[in-house]
Design a protein around this ligand. Structure first.
Ligand code: PLP
Length: 385
């Protein structure tokens, strides 16, 4: 029943092909509900999940505090003719907690907020070129030249290989005074080197380009303030999304007030940017993040998972090349066919575990869940059938 949706689903990373190499009748394809770290598929089967809505859920599915906030905002009318009081309140809460966000704009998706960041950077600098590092969403500016449907002039000017200081510096210097912005993901399969982070900051300062940190995966995960908080970075703009509203559709671009001001000289606006169900979800999520010290939990539980994955890698050297990522977001490195076999074997044992970037733990994952997961993975890896 997918002939009405070309490609099976509107979220490419949830296609059976992306998860399991291909579909099979006994593999989960569509879900009906989720709670904590568990998901129920259309056939009523229950799975322990590490995909966690592609990192959009850090408190666990249907967290009661978020659900209560969502229900309250739905009852209060969802959206209306005026911007809600909560938009301004939440902006103050966020800039109070993350002082490098002096001002901000809310949007719905990560790709949209990244596009807004790039537009603001171009308006602020009067320049055109943008360099990226990592994944920044599906919109034109972030695609490589030659991507079907993307006009050549709209595509990204170039990409910087993660942690490659010399090539990064050379690309930024070559772009020179055409360069409006450098956007980068702080974690790409591993931690950033200090030299890489320093180079990005120094070279963008030198050339007058805006430094945009794409914290869509890392915000409310590595720390409430993401990699910027953990590594003490100095962005001009940051973009947050995914976990900030625990799965409700919300993203934001924020940063230096003088740079953000350029957003008022261009046109950035969306009808539902000010619906307040997701704003209420974000406020509730931030409260739980602080009260339950969620990033510390993710680091601790993710560390247990990653340690167990390393043990598995040591025991299955023929199959597993290693472990990539950081405790909060990690996966087993395997050949594609072996990774597919593992993902399928895990799903058949009631476990949704990604074969590539990334598996995410949440507040709902505890020691017992992780230990059971490691035993399931051991069983799936040992199955040569
Ligand atoms: C680092 C990063 N940037 C941007 C995006 C795009 O966000 P969205 O899918 O919400 O548009 C993603 C999504 O995976 C991401 O991980």
């Amino acid at each position: 029943m997918s002939d009405r949706i070309p490609g099976f689903t509107s979220t490419g990373s949830k296609r059976p092909a992306a998860l399991f190499g291909d579909s099979a009748p006994d593999l989960p394809a569509r879900m009906v509900s989720a709670r904590g770290a568990e998901v129920w598929d259309a056939r009523g089967n229950r799975y322990t999940d590490y995909i966690m809505a592609l990192g959009a859920v850090a408190l666990g599915y249907a967290h009661p505090a978020v659900t209560r906030a969502v229900a309250g905002a739905a009852e209060a009318g969802v959206v209306g003719p005026l911007p809600p009081v909560l938009e301004d309140e939440l902006a103050h809460i966020i800039s109070g907690r993350l002082p490098w966000i002096e001002s901000l704009r809310f949007l719905k998706t990560g790709a949209e907020a990244m596009a807004a960041a790039v537009r603001i950077a171009r308006a602020h600098t009067g320049r055109s070129d943008v360099l990226g590092s990592g994944y920044h969403g599906w919109l034109d500016w972030a695609q490589a030249a030659g991507t079907p449907g993307v006009p050549a002039g709209a595509a990204i000017s170039g990409t910087l290989p993660f942690n490659d200081v010399e090539r990064g510096r050379a690309a930024i210097r070559a772009a020179g005074d055409r360069l409006a912005a450098v956007a980068f993901e702080p974690i790409v399969l591993g931690e950033p080197d200090g030299d890489w982070l320093r180079m990005l900051r120094e070279e963008t300062h030198r050339t007058g380009a805006v430094l945009i940190i794409d914290e869509i995966k890392t915000g409310c995960r590595l720390a409430v303030g993401g990699a910027t908080e953990r590594y003490g970075l100095e962005p001009d703009l940051v973009v947050l999304g995914k976990a900030i509203a625990n799965g409700l559709p919300l993203a934001l671009v924020g940063g230096r007030a003088d740079v953000m001001q350029a957003g008022t000289r261009t046109w950035i606006s969306s009808t539902l940017a000010t619906e307040f169900v997701s704003l209420a979800a974000c406020r509730a999520t931030l409260e739980v993040m602080e009260q339950s010290k969620v990033p510390a939990h993710l680091g601790r539980i993710g560390g247990r998972l990653m340690g167990g994955l390393r043990d598995l890698a040591a025991r299955h050297t023929g199959l597993v090349r290693g472990v990539a990522g950081i405790p909060e977001m990690c996966f087993l490195e395997m050949d594609e066919a072996d990774g597919i076999r593992l993902a399928r074997g895990a799903a058949r044992r009631g476990l949704l575990f990604k074969r590539s970037a990334y598996n995410f733990v949440s507040l709902a994952h505890d020691e017992r869940v992780v230990d059971t997961t490691l035993a399931t993975l051991e069983d799936a890896l040992s199955d040569r059938g």
